[in-house]
Design a protein around this ligand. Structure first.
Ligand SMILES: C[S@@+](CC[C@H](N)C(=O)[O-])C[C@H]1O[C@@H](n2cnc3c(N)ncnc32)[C@H](O)[C@@H]1O
Length: 277
């Protein structure tokens, strides 16, 4: 069977389990061929069939490849990290808009860093900035550190295992955070690509999905330098609850930004000193 026929057949099979069957088939064929070319396997058709079977069993293409593009940067994925979502680029855009000048020597903190995608995307746009990423997962910190090194930000990005910002004494110009925000009871009903392949600790926001916000917002004000701000990603419909928690933590909501689907996706927060909320 030639290449086109193999891709047609795989796309027909994938139609039952993927919203983008032809694209998936093309990417997985290229991956199977690439692995053969690098000597990882000696038989592209057999390898392709195994990759299609994994995709049909609900494994996302990004997990099969072990890579995800975010902010035009190539991130390696491990089982310890959330697969970065395009919606999270809204957090990066908001942070860059509020940090201003490209020459700024900003200090950036990323709470719950996962793959390091938010911090490294911001550093990629600000050559004078440096940052710290915190995660409670040792494996996530290791993956983020490896991503930083491979992408050329190793000297400006440092990754530490911790419980949000609890152990930090420093202050930052920008604090980024995409906490786990799915209500625990809703996780099993998510698509298998998410429920079975993203780490539980990256998804579960406790009973109502807000536990991560409660913990972060109780302590984030003391981590902000004068004029500093925090950008938090939001789960759908969580804006009001998060702004209320922010108010209780001594913060005002400066702005909120929608993602490309028009869903309110992040809030920008600042300490209340001298500002009318
Ligand atoms: C939704 S993921 C976000 C990952 C990455 N920032 C992104 O946007 O793709 C949340 C991350 O928070 C981490 N996390 C959960 N609880 C934490 C805690 N108490 N302290 C630090 N990190 C935590 C998880 O391990 C996970 O990596």
């Amino acid at each position: 069977m030639n290449r086109a026929a193999r891709i047609d057949e795989a796309a027909r099979r994938l139609a039952a389990c993927s919203g983008t069957p032809r694209l998936d088939a093309r990417i997985l064929w290229a991956h199977a061929r690439g692995a053969v070319a690098t000597g990882d396997d000696d038989e592209p058709a057999g390898r392709f069939a195994r990759l299609i079977a994994r995709r049909c069993a609900g494994e996302p293409v990004s997990r099969i490849l072990g890579r995800r593009e975010f902010w035009s940067l190539d991130f390696a994925l491990t089982p310890d990290v959330l697969d970065p979502r395009p919606d999270s680029e809204t957090v990066v855009e908001a942070a860059l808009a509020h940090l201003g000048s490209r020459d700024r020597e900003a200090a950036v903190l990323d709470l719950g860093t996962g793959s390091g995608c938010l911090l490294l995307a911001v550093l990629s746009e600000l050559p004078g900035a440096w940052g710290v990423g915190i995660d409670k997962s040792v494996g996530a910190c290791r993956a983020a550190r490896e991503n930083a090194g491979r992408l050329g930000f190793g000297a400006r990005a440092h990754f530490v295992v911790g419980d949000w910002g609890a152990a930090l004494g420093a202050r930052f110009d920008a604090v980024l955070c995409n906490p786990p925000y799915i209500a625990e009871r809703d996780i099993a009903a998510l698509a298998p690509e998410v429920a079975r392949h993203d780490p539980w600790a990256a998804l579960s926001g406790g009973e109502d999905g807000l536990d991560g916000y409660r913990a972060v917002l109780a302590g984030v004000a003391r981590l902000l330098a004068p004029g500093g701000f925090a950008v938090l990603e939001l789960g759908q419909g969580q804006g009001q609850a998060v702004s209320a928690l922010a108010g209780a933590g001594g913060l005002c909501t400066l702005a909120s930004n929608a993602d490309l689907s028009g869903i309110e996706r992040c809030v920008v927060l600042q300490t209340k000193h001298g500002i009318e909320c």
